[in-house]
Design a protein around this ligand. Structure first.
Ligand code: UDP
Ligand code: MG
Length: 312
């Protein structure tokens, strides 16, 4: 690394964050200017339907202290894809991914820079000390972390607030999968990650864009995109269930032929039918997930489509 090069790109996915934009950029400017130079904010507008584009145009006209690059998607692609677009545009020595709702304090990036440059880490995860005000978020996060970590070989962190070096960015740029999932990708490429903490603020304006359903979908994507281990599990489960059925069948034969006992027909039939039916449905769904992903990927569509770009 070039000694003293402290150029930073801050990638921020925004979807209807119009009220947050100005305070966010002011916060970044006041906390980070003088430390990182040049400082570039890469705003990826994930097809906002509020007045985000108008606000941006004004901010770009006024803002002289930091560089602003604005990419507007033609439609809403989801946060992960917006992040990917931002990373694709990053060329600085360091890159950070931050939410656009002021929940991530910019000053933490100075501490992250310190941690990254004084250790062997390539990625710094900046985790909340306490977060998630809703019960479903807490429950989801707890189970999600456990599940995700058990499926992927590397540790998966729960935060989207990250700080990484150029090497990491160049590697992430090479991933062009349709279900791009930043944390999953970062965890499988085998770079060294460390964690620091920040205290959480409530969202200043607007409300969270993630409903319970969206969170569940994100969780499923997270697991499916990092590994194919669930497929292996389907095979194991299939084998185990078959063995149990065979043993059960043998037991029934034994009861009937050796002990001469009558077997209550509908109970055993019903049990077997529902049990196997359930398992089959579950794993059919699972296989379908992968087939679906393959189908999408096979089309080799662009990950995102940009309507227009603006910069100061
Ligand atoms: N976001 C996005 N596309 C979406 C949903 C959200 O780009 O479809 C952005 C949003 O503007 C914000 C970040 O992703 O900058 C995190 O969203 P949010 O604060 O709603 O999520 P939470 O903090 O509740 O997990
Ligand atoms: Mg938020």
């Amino acid at each position: 690394m070039v000694q003293g090069n402290k150029s930073l790109d801050i990638v921020i996915p925004v979807y209807n964050e119009s009220e947050n934009l100005k305070p966010l950029l002011d916060e970044i400017t006041s906390k980070l200017i003088g430390f990182f130079y040049p400082l570039t904010v890469i705003l990826v507008d994930d097809g906002s339907i509020d007045d985000t584009p108008v606000k941006i145009k004004n901010i770009i006209k006024e803002q002289k202290k930091i560089n602003i690059k604005y990419y507007r998607f033609t439609r809403n692609y989801g946060k992960e894809i917006a992040v990917k677009c931002g990373i694709d545009q990053s060329g600085s020595e360091f890159c950070s991914i931050m939410d656009g709702d002021l929940q991530h304090p910019p000053e933490s990036l100075i501490e992250a820079h310190e941690k990254l440059t004084t250790t062997d880490a390539n990625i710094i995860y900046i985790s909340p000390k306490k977060r998630m005000t809703h019960f479903h978020q807490k429950l989801g996060a707890f189970g999600y972390k456990k599940i995700l970590n058990s499926f992927s070989k590397a540790k998966v962190y729960l935060t989207d607030f990250t700080f990484m070096d150029k090497k990491t960015v160049d590697i992430v740029k090479q991933f062009n999968e349709s279900d791009f999932y930043t944390r999953g990708i970062l965890s499988i490429v085998g770079l060294i990650s460390k964690e620091i903490y920040y205290t959480v603020h409530e969202r200043k304006y607007g409300k969270t864009k993630f409903s319970f359903a969206k969170l569940i979908n994100l969780a499923i994507d997270g697991v499916i995109s990092v590994s194919t281990r669930p497929l292996r599990m389907a095979i194991y489960a299939g084998v185990i269930v078959s063995i149990i059925s065979i043993l059960f069948g043998m037991y029934l034969l034994f009861e009937k032929l050796v002990r001469g006992q009558p077997i209550p027909g509908f109970a055993t039939l019903g049990f077997g039918m529902f049990f196997l039916g359930g398992i089959q449905l579950l794993f059919l769904g699972l296989i379908g997930e992968y087939v679906g992903k393959t189908f999408i990927q096979a089309k080799k569509r662009p990950l995102y489509t940009i309507d227009y770009k603006l910069s100061n």
